[in-house]
Write a protein that binds this ligand. Sequence first.
Ligand code: PLP
Length: 340
Amino acid sequence: MSTAFEFDSKEFASSISVQVPHVEGTYDLTPDQVLLDQAEHESEVRSYPRRLPIAIKRAHGALVEDTRGQIFLDCLAGAGTLAMGYNHPEINQALKEQLDSGLPYQTLDITTEAKDRFIKRVKAFFPEQFATESVIQFCGPSGADAVEAAIKLAKQTTGRNTMFAFRGAYHGMTNGTMGMMGNLGTKARRTGLMSDVHFMPFPYSLRCPFGLGGDAGAKQSIRYIERLLNDDEAGIMKPAAIIVEPVQGEGGVIPAPAFWLKELRRICDEHEILLILDEIQCGVGKTGYRFAFEEAGISQIFFVFLKRLAVVCQCRSLYSTKRSIHGMLANIRAHSAVTN
Ligand SMILES: Cc1ncc(COP(=O)(O)O)c(C=O)c1O
């Protein structure tokens, strides 16, 4: 497939300007009728429209046109989900072909040839060892759905209820994922979120609870976690899983050092704790690797990635001794995002 920058601009010149807009004066952002209707009929629970008060008419590549005909350069890209831009001709063509091929709209998690092809393409994109060791579970279409599925699988396979997350973490806005969120402002008015979550120090100089920062702070964070797990008087039960973003996204775009991730992997091995890597924001080519965890060279992970096409991957070998895994997978209602 070509990249978003290689499409034939002539093809679209008639429908929308493909030039980056030249702005003179200020844009009109007073609410037009579409926005007034939205305010009247939609719930107050809206997030992006509060900061971006526009109604979108059409979009192409990195450009968005609002209902007033004003052109914007879109740096949000569906919160990082539209790597190929809007209305990429090859993606549109594939969608049209799929629609005309007679595939059913909905098959629950019953497979189709299209889904089979998709899984093989996704696995071909994984690092080789991870691809051979892993199986894929399809969840609902959001990143939070994938994290929720990983939490459930971790709790069910280990029989434990506790989770370790990190200060500064963001894993979504559901009851369980918010329970593992660092940001207090967002959580402040929500009581009764998923309980039994304990927050460990993430290696970040500006928030280093040991006053060290850098590699020294990261090493201390590992020591802290290890000592806590080895301490019978720590008051915290061994977790089902430790969940971590290899690069914290909402927490400030903070990469965890590769040695720190390796050490976390070692600790998880020694204590038979599952390691969940949340690459929903930092995965798929954003760190110089296909996936951020590759730099640390670790495997045996629960891996959640791809916003808007939530997927949980589990390493097969992780479960080779757990007879319950197949029954468990069947019980979790996993919808295929391809056939939905
Ligand atoms: C690291 C991380 N995990 C999970 C999520 C949740 O994804 P979604 O908004 O699709 O539920 C996000 C969203 O930005 C994220 O950045």
